[in-house]
Structure formats: structure tokens, C-alpha cells
Ligand binder design. Structure first.
Ligand code: OAD
Length: 247
């Protein structure tokens, strides 16, 4: 797809970049998204798997589901989209990556300044004392793992009905409030408060680029909508940034 002159100019003019990513950026790595025909929420019910009541009612079922997703993650690798964002961060002076993903692929790709809005699936947190450990420290052999305090461990992700981790949304909000270019990549833009970040940038008159293979509720109001795979579009945008910021 040909990039418009105004899109090229907006990228070249940018000095403070904020990027919001969603499950779509990991799709090309082989990680399922949530919505859509093939999405996780078409096969599994969030009300049975991704909230505290479900966990208290059937912790083993919830653990099995998260172990299934973790097992997939041991076999996948970051793709060209993740790598382009990591490279972009290394080139730019001010670059903040906000992700709704819990898969850890941005870090694996080399991104460093990452705000994980919905936690990380590789972390376990004690449901009683809040102690956090990495997934490598426990084994799940069909029974629910426990903390040394005796409490049940749970995955360190945000479930429906839960608050985002303390300070995390505030940091993302600050990035959206101070950026001069905003990218919304591979997200259906329906889950709040994440979806309010591009809205905030638009309200401030900042150019917003959306990269998505489909239309979203945001598509009608963004400055540039690229209906493309993230792994195809992001390297192209990075190239434009590089050409405008080489010394
Ligand atoms: P969704 O599954 O809702 O949306 C994924 C989006 O990515 C869709 O709009 C697709 O069209 C798009 N897409 C798919 N493949 C793509 C590709 N290769 N390149 C570009 N776009 C692509 O995922 P999220 O928006 O991340 O929350 O969902 C938000 C939250 O809802 C998740 O963090 C999760 C879920 O319930 C929690 O678990 C708290």
C-alpha cells in the first residue's frame, strides 16, 4: 500500500511517539486474538475463565486455560511488527509502547519501555498476599499451585471487572497526553480504558495512525487508517521515520 504524503510528513515531524498495541500484533506470530471468527472469545467464555468469580468457583479450569495459552507462547517468536517497534524505540528519543497484550513478545523483541496495561501471563501472583513470581518457578501438574503463605496462585493478568495495576494507566495516559504521534496497532479498540488513549490523542489534535486488517470503532475518526498486517505496515513506517531522522 502506498503511503500518503501527509502520513509521511506526520511521521517525519514526530518527536514524541506513543504506540498502543493489541492482540492483532501477535497474530502473525501465531497467537490467537480475542474477537472475530477465530478469536478466543468465540470458543471460550470469558465469564467462565477470566474473572475472579470464575477462579474462585473453578480455579483448576482457569489454570488449565492459562497453561494452555502459556504452552503456546513457549513455541512462538516475535514477528516483524514487534521487531520494528523495538527498533523504533531504539532510534527515537521519546517512545512509549503501551500494550494490552500479556504475551511478553514485545520484550522478547527488544522493546524496553513497555507499559503492560493488562499484566503479563508469565507472572504468577498470590491471591492472598500478592507476592509475584515468574511462571518458571512453578509447575502446574493439574493441581492449583500455591504460594508459601498458603494462598492460591493466579496468573498475573487483569481479569474482567478488575482494576488495572496501580500507576500503569496513569503512565499510559501521560504518554498519550504528551505525544505528537499516536499509533493504534492490532486492537479492536473496544476495551476501556485502553481505547480511550487514541481518543485522547485525537482530542489533542495529534495525528493518529491506525494499523488494522479490519475496520474498528476508531477507524472513522483516525487521521490515517492502514488496512494492513502490522508486520507489513510497521517496518514501512519505521523506514519513513529513519529516513527523516538520520543524522
Ligand atoms: P481483539 O482480539 O479484540 O482485536 C484484535 C484486532 O487485531 C482486531 O481488530 C483485528 O482486526 C486486528 N488484527 C488481527 N490480525 C492483525 C494483523 N496481523 N495486523 C493488524 N491487525 C490485526 O484484541 P485486543 O484489542 O487486544 O483483555 O483486545 C483487548 C482486550 O480484550 C485484551 O487485552 C483482552 C481482551 O479481553 C483482557 O484480557 C483484560
Amino acid at each position: 500500500m502506498e503511503l500518503s504524503n501527509s502520513l509521511i510528513q506526520d511521521i517525519k515531524n514526530a518527536s514524541h511517539i506513543c504506540v498502543l498495541t493489541g492482540a492483532g500484533i501477535s497474530a502473525e506470530s501465531g497467537v490467537a486474538t480475542f474477537r472475530g471468527k477465530e478469536g478466543l472469545w468465540s470458543k471460550f467464555k470469558p465469564q467462565e475463565l477470566a474473572n475472579m468469580d470464575a477462579f474462585m468457583a473453578n480455579p483448576r479450569l482457569v489454570w488449565e486455560w492459562y497453561q494452555y495459552r502459556r504452552d503456546i507462547l513457549t513455541k512462538v517468536k516475535p514477528n516483524a511488527g514487534h521487531l520494528a517497534l523495538a527498533h523504533w524505540e531504539a532510534l527515537a528519543h521519546h517512545f512509549v509502547l503501551v500494550t494490552q497484550n500479556v504475551d511478553g513478545l514485545h520484550r522478547e523483541a527488544g522493546s524496553r519501555k513497555i507499559i503492560e496495561l493488562h499484566g503479563n501471563i508469565r507472572i504468577n501472583r498470590c491471591n492472598s498476599c500478592g507476592f509475584e513470581s515468574s511462571m518458571d518457578d512453578i509447575s502446574f501438574a493439574g493441581s492449583v499451585p500455591t504460594c508459601s503463605c498458603g494462598g492460591m496462585l493466579r496468573p498475573g493478568v487483569v481479569w474482567f471487572g478488575e482494576m488495572l495495576p496501580e500507576g500503569v494507566f496513569e503512565a499510559a495516559y501521560r504518554a498519550a497526553q504528551t505525544c505528537d504521534l499516536f499509533l493504534s496497532v492490532g486492537t479492536s479498540a473496544v476495551v476501556y480504558p485502553a481505547a480511550s488513549l487514541p481518543e485522547l490523542a485525537l482530542e489533542r489534535g495529534v495525528p493518529v495512525i491506525e494499523i488494522n486488517t479490519e475496520e474498528t470503532p476508531l477507524s472513522g475518526s483516525v487521521t490515517h487508517h492502514l488496512r494492513e498486517l502490522a508486520g507489513t505496515a510497521l517496518p514501512k513506517l519505521l523506514e519513513v521515520f529513519e529516513s527523516g531522522h538520520s543524522h
